[in-house]
Ligand binder design. Sequence first.
Ligand SMILES: [Zn+2]
Ligand SMILES: [Zn+2]
Length: 317
Amino acid sequence: MIERLAVPTPFPVGKVNCYLVAAEPVTLIDCGANTPEARRQLIHEFSRRGMTVSDLEQIIITHAHPDHVGLAGWLAEQSGAAVYMHRHERDKICGNLDNKEELVALLRQVGVPEDIIVGLELYFERDRKHIVPLPDCKELEHGNKLSIAGKEFTVLHTPGHSRGHICLYHEGEGIIFSGDTLLEHISPNPVIEMDKQNRIPSLPCYLQSLTELKKLSIVRVFPGHGSPFYNAAAVMDELIKHHEKRKRQLAGIIEQCSPVTAYDLVQHLYQGLSEINTFLAVSEVLGHVDLLLNEGQVTARKDKQGLEVYVPRKKAS
Ligand SMILES: [Zn+2]
Ligand SMILES: [Zn+2]
């Protein structure tokens, strides 16, 4: 009843999973990026089931990254289907797509050089083409219920990889559509997001989401990328261990090299990153810095140039 369509994307992650439920209401969970290849494949997948994309009745978006939301506007236009997503994601897609000012200010503040910021701005500009404008959509909140394949699924708000990320959980069967919150072989990036001038602590939010998911009895995961899997508990434990290890590694670097910016920390860990990978690495490093700040192991302060730098707590005074 639930069919996985692995749709090509132009991104390094490879294909994205869109889940088609051909029963009433005809549903698609996630849509693929706006590329001719993805459109062609969706058209083909519907037609080989004796359907067209205009048969869609509901479109549910786990989060507003282009590989998941890109074609929602096109599919909604073709079908008149209702599009559902969390309000924090809706704001990114149906609201002000262009607002990267606060993010750019933050990147400067954490030491990212100007040439990389210029490259990133161009990347974000190009990336917008992977999303078809969507004038409006229906908002989802944690706890809402949606009917999928004749079953009642509960909306779980799982912020971290994206502020308004949702999973869809069917308690009776232990099925979860996890978007990019749970992937079997990839550690989801805690992507930096701003709430006006304030940075959202994406990684602490993500780890909290994992803590909540661990309380559920999950049997089978339908992820945003890769094959469905059954070992959700082991995958979550591995992710938690990975972040714990990375956090300790960063604490060591801060101990040795302080004061350091987030960009300095990225350079300690990686070499020769592209602009977008630098952004993702800064996201990850800031996530671990957030954990260390919360634990009181490090403190943040401004240096003479106004950059945010981190020092071990004992050196702070
Ligand atoms: Zn994503
Ligand atoms: Zn994704």
